[in-house]
Design a protein around this ligand. Structure first.
Ligand code: PLP
Length: 399
């Protein structure tokens, strides 16, 4: 029976619970595990050191190698992504780090091709060469010409942060040929987009955002095939960027409501985006429902338009700053994807480490739309935009 996302979200990763005699997933906080005997312990250790699973009960050895609470979350996320496996990490950036290391320096192919725009932290990690890589940044149509014999990875994000640009994953995967493609799927979530279906090797999430959904957990996860999962687990085991079991529990719990949250937040975001296009204090609205989409990404690859809205405010930096500071229902904070709405200034915060020529403009405000009544969000944005326009004297709103 093929289960739909709403059903998988509630049931996946819970197969072993009935046999354990429990209804909610138990949280296993063990740092170490009693071993059956020396030989079994050693064999299980070796299996996990090579990126495999523990050898049945009594073989978990040590939390850095395996944790059953985290493994349930990984199983559930893999099911939602239509993937064979998933590997969870301490944060989204730990996941990016492991994916880059496993595909480049670990296999002697140190060149990365990265499609801009990317999350500021990812951009900075790749631009800095901190992991021993060398990166060529390019537009989605130029991936083929950016490839080198030593290219180990192609990285892209869609919808991208913060412009919400859309990238056709299949078109990039076709250009990449044998080189694995990593898609940062944080903004879309597996509810709206399953990158592996379009030829990506890895679908990565900052689980901190929509997967957790409540602003109380930091984590990262990569959905992929079994072989790639083994490579990622090997990196995780030696670099130690593992997810804490409490985070695994909260994320697994968060997945149950993910499809419902995403659809409700998406509906409000669409209403606000459409309304904002008519607002006199707004120069431009970026949202997948309003985007140029020559490749037909929306409706095919992206099964919805998501809950992020990015606006360019009239009156430059001062107007953007004043808008953000005047919001009352939206919280001025980085991060996104939670039940409560957030607003932030990408050039000052999330995209500060990005090279100046690739940094978002000074009048850009990024909105993460939550589960509040859309009328309240609209009224809040309206009063903030008008107050800001008055402060900086934008003429369309004076009087
Ligand atoms: C937040 C974010 C990250 C980094 O994740 P952390 O959990 O903060 O380490 C990566 N990619 C995108 C698109 C993000 O929004």
């Amino acid at each position: 029976m093929t289960l739909r996302p709403e059903t998988l979200a509630v049931h996946a990763g819970r197969d072993d619970l009935a046999a354990l005699g429990v209804h909610a997933p138990p949280i296993d906080l063990s740092s170490t595990y009693p071993l059956l005997d020396v030989e079994h312990g050693g064999d299980s250790y070796e299996s996990m050191a090579l990126g495999g699973e523990p050898l049945a009960a009594g073989g978990m050895v040590y939390q850095r190698l395996w944790n059953p609470t985290v493994a349930r979350f990984e199983g559930a996320l893999a099911a939602l992504e239509g993937a064979e496996a998933a590997v969870a990490f301490a944060s989204g950036m730990a996941a990016v780090t492991a994916a880059v290391l496993a595909s480049t320096t670990a296999v002697g192919r140190r060149h990365v091709v990265a499609v801009r725009p990317l999350y500021g932290g990812t951009d900075h990690l790749l631009a800095s060469g901190l992991l021993g890589t060398e990166t060529t940044f390019c537009a989605p149509g130029s991936v083929r010409s950016a490839l080198r014999p030593d290219t180990g990875l192609v990285v892209l994000e869609t919808p991208a942060n913060p412009t919400l640009d859309l990238v056709d994953v299949a078109a990039v995967a076709e250009q990449a040929g044998d080189v694995p493609v990593l898609v940062d799927n944080t903004f879309a979530t597996p509810v709206l987009q399953q990158p592996l279906r379009w030829g990506a090797r890895m679908s990565l999430h900052s689980a901190t955002k929509y997967l957790g959904g409540h602003g109380d957990v930091v984590g990262g996860v990569v959905a992929c095939d079994r072989e790639t999962a083994a490579a990622l687990r090997r990196v995780r085991a030696v670099t130690g960027g593992l997810m804490h079991p409490l985070a695994g529990y909260l994320l697994h719990r968060g997945l149950a409501t993910l499809p419902t949250r995403v659809r409700a937040q998406e509906a409000s975001a669409r209403t606000l985006a459409t309304w904002l296009t008519e607002h006199p204090a707004v120069e431009r609205v970026h949202h997948p429902a309003l985007a140029e989409d020559p490749d037909g990404v929306v409706g095919r690859q992206l099964l919805g338009t998501g809950a992020m809205v990015t606006i360019e405010v009239r009156g430059g930096y001062e107007a953007a700053r004043a808008t953000i500071e005047a919001l009352r229902v939206f919280t001025h904070a980085v991060s996104l994807g939670g039940v409560d709405s957030l607003a932030q200034h990408p050039a000052a915060l999330t995209h500060r480490p990005v090279a100046p020529d690739a940094r978002p403009a000074a009048n850009v405000v990024r909105l993460s739309v939550g589960l509040e009544a859309v009328e309240d969000l609209q009224a809040d944005l309206d009063q903030a935009l008008r107050a800001a326009a008055r402060t900086v004297g934008v003429s369309a709103l004076a009087g």
